[in-house]
Design a binder for this molecule. Structure first.
Ligand code: NAD
Length: 263
């Protein structure tokens, strides 16, 4: 498939995990991809791998929480490949859990990197998309946006991402720009490295709560992101697509407890 031939794609946080898999998949389908990340070395490595495979990619250093940096990223994308057709707001960190143990800096950092970043990046690319009457934005939210799954400051910010997605879609879709989100469950990426150091069995333990019987891999999320960005999703906008191996479709411990009394 080459659904993104001649299209310019920015993927933030593309130096690692879901962003890396997504950027690589866009390039494999003909997209010219900006590998935007705060980790310049990782961004360079991913862009180098894509080019080595015959794809088009340019590494750009960005801090998505910083307005000037986001402006510079967008200008560089346009100067390198042309006007942006697809923006994937994927970069994020997750830190802090229970609000009684989260300090104000942690709270603010989560809101800036997870939520403010989406505002900053969208306001940079939207004017040109609206002028050209075409474009797609996919925001990487989380199942954490939809209910209680711990990491409170991050989850609250992700809920904001879903709402911003809906509001932007309602406002701009009639002008040819579709805006959607994906809500992944647990995906095996380096974002969990600090937690795995403390609990090496984390993935194994949470996998048992997934109806699909496993946690996700980055490619499980890249596919749905490409779908939402593609013409295959031409009549889908303002949607938050849950991609979570069934985690949020029911409460497995509840079902088991209730079933024990019935069976
Ligand atoms: N892994 C999961 O289980 C999971 C679940 C739901 C949602 N998500 C979301 O998926 C997205 C990707 O996460 P991942 O799991 O691939 O994590 P990851 O840590 O592997 O990748 C995140 C990337 O974002 C970059 N980044 C961090 N802060 C940045 C900043 N200020 N500016 C630019 N780049 C920055 C990092 O350098 C890194 O390369 C995030 O939005 C995350 O919240 C992940």
């Amino acid at each position: 498939m080459s659904r993104f031939r001649e299209q310019v794609v920015i993927v933030t946080g593309a130096g690692s995990g879901i962003g890396q898999a997504t950027a690589t998949a866009f390039a494999a389908e003909g997209g010219a991809v900006i590998i935007a990340d705060i980790d310049a070395a990782r961004a360079n490595a991913v862009a180098g791998d894509i080019r080595a495979d015959g794809g088009r990619a340019e590494a750009v250093h960005v801090d998505v929480a910083n307005s000037d940096s986001v402006t510079a990223m967008t200008e560089r994308a346009v100067a390198t490949f042309g006007p942006v057709d697809v923006l994937v707001n994927n970069a994020a960190t997750a830190d802090g859990n229970d609000i009684l143990h989260v300090d104000e800096q942690q709270w603010d950092r989560n809101q800036q990197i997870v939520l403010k970043s989406v505002y900053l990046c969208c306001r940079q690319v939207l004017p040109s998309m609206l002028e050209r009457g075409r474009g797609a934005i996919v925001n990487v939210a989380s199942v954490n946006a939809l209910g209680a799954y711990s990491v409170m400051p991050y989850s609250a910010a992700k809920a904001g991402v879903v709402n911003l997605t809906q509001n932007m879609a309602a406002r701009y879709s009639r002008h040819g720009v579709r805006i959607n989100a994906v809500c992944p469950g647990t995906v095996r990426t380096p974002i969990f490295d600090p937690l795995l150091e403390r609990d090496p069995k984390l993935f194994e333990n949470v996998a048992q709560l997934y109806p699909a019987g496993r946690i996700g891999e980055p490619a499980d999320i890249a596919g749905p992101i490409l779908f939402l960005a593609s013409a295959d999703a031409a009549w889908i906008t303002g949607h938050a697509l849950v991609v979570d191996g069934g985690l949020s479709c029911g409460n497995l411990p509840f079902i088991e407890a209730a079933s024990a009394a019935m069976d």
